[in-house]
Each structure stands twice: as structure tokens, then as C-alpha cells.
Design a protein around this ligand. Structure first.
Ligand code: SF4
Ligand code: SF4
Length: 160
């Protein structure tokens, strides 16, 4: 069977949510905390991981974007549940549905169009010259565009 790309595959890993026993180790037990647990809206009875796993439409839950994919929850879960797998699938679905934060889509557009995370402004060019640094090139941008296309991160542009 042909395997489809994760960004295009049916993504929400419902089984992961079902496998969580709400023991609280990943968020409610000090020293095992997911750092997002420090957000005010979460406490021991309503942890960040519960929040991600129990939202009816996980892809539209903006809270998923607080996860930094540190893998801590996955490593400490005594039941080998992986909230991260679920959250990443929800992010992929959100991205596909146009629900990803504009900050993120803007960064992707910036990187795939220039090859750099930050805009190259006339001031950047001038300052580099003053410091005796080589001029920046945008050769990597085309490679990044190809990678983004092949991984499903960006869609092919339509014919003019
Ligand atoms: S992977 Fe995400 S949910 Fe898990 S501990 Fe890290 S930030 Fe928290
Ligand atoms: S993901 Fe694991 S550690 Fe976290 S609450 Fe569920 S069962 Fe417990």
C-alpha cells in the first residue's frame, strides 16, 4: 500500500487519546511537568495534555501550538501513551485546513522565498558590508521550496 505523507494522511490519532488514563504524571506531577502546564488556565485537574487530548476538534484547538515537541510527556508516561504524536497529528491537520497561526505560515513563507528566517533588508546588506562579511545569497531558497513541496508543507503553485 502506498504510504501518504503525514501532512496529507488522515491525521488525528484517536487511539492515543483513548489510551490516556489521566494519571497526571506528564503534567500534574512536579518534576515531570510539561512546561505548558505553567499557563494559568491549567491545573492538576485540567492539565495541558488533557486539554489537547479531549477537545472535540483537536485541529481547531489553538492550544496545540503551545507544544514545543520536547517529547517529555512521551518519555515520562508510564503507559506509553504519546500525547505528542496526537498533538503533531492535530497540528498537521490544522495546517492543512488553514488553521495554523499566521506567525507560523509567515515564517514558512519567509524561509521558502528567501532561504532565511529573517528578511534581508538594505540595512542587513549594508551592515554586513561594513563588517566585512560575505553578501548573503538566496541559492538555498529553491532547494527549500522543493523540500517544502515534496513534504507537503506547501502546495504547488497553479499555472499562470
Ligand atoms: S511534547 Fe508538548 S505536550 Fe509533551 S511535554 Fe513537551 S511541550 Fe508538553
Ligand atoms: S499521557 Fe500518560 S502520563 Fe499523561 S495523563 Fe495520560 S496516561 Fe498519564
Amino acid at each position: 500500500m502506498r504510504s501518504s505523507h503525514p501532512l496529507r494522511a488522515r491525521p488525528i490519532v484517536i487511539g492515543v487519546a483513548e489510551a490516556c488514563l489521566r494519571c497526571g504524571v506528564c503534567c500534574a506531577v512536579e518534576t515531570h511537568f510539561c512546561h505548558v502546564q505553567f499557563e494559568e488556565e491549567f491545573d492538576e485537574r485540567y492539565t495541558y495534555v488533557y486539554h489537547c487530548l479531549s477537545t472535540p476538534d483537536p485541529a481547531s484547538n489553538q492550544g496545540i501550538w503551545l507544544c514545543t515537541a520536547c517529547h517529555k510527556c512521551e518519555e515520562v508516561c508510564p503507559y506509553e501513551t504519546s500525547p505528542l504524536r496526537f498533538i503533531e497529528a492535530a497540528k498537521a491537520e490544522a495546517y492543512k485546513r488553514g488553521l495554523a497561526p499566521r506567525l507560523l505560515t509567515g515564517i514558512i513563507a519567509q524561509i521558502t522565498s528567501t532561504g532565511y528566517l529573517f528578511p534581508i533588508t538594505p540595512s542587513t546588506v549594508r551592515r554586513r558590508a561594513e563588517l566585512g562579511l560575505k553578501p548573503l545569497t538566496t541559492e538555498a531558497a529553491e532547494e527549500l521550496r522543493q523540500i517544502a513541496l515534496k513534504t507537503g508543507l506547501t502546495e504547488p503553485r497553479g499555472e499562470p
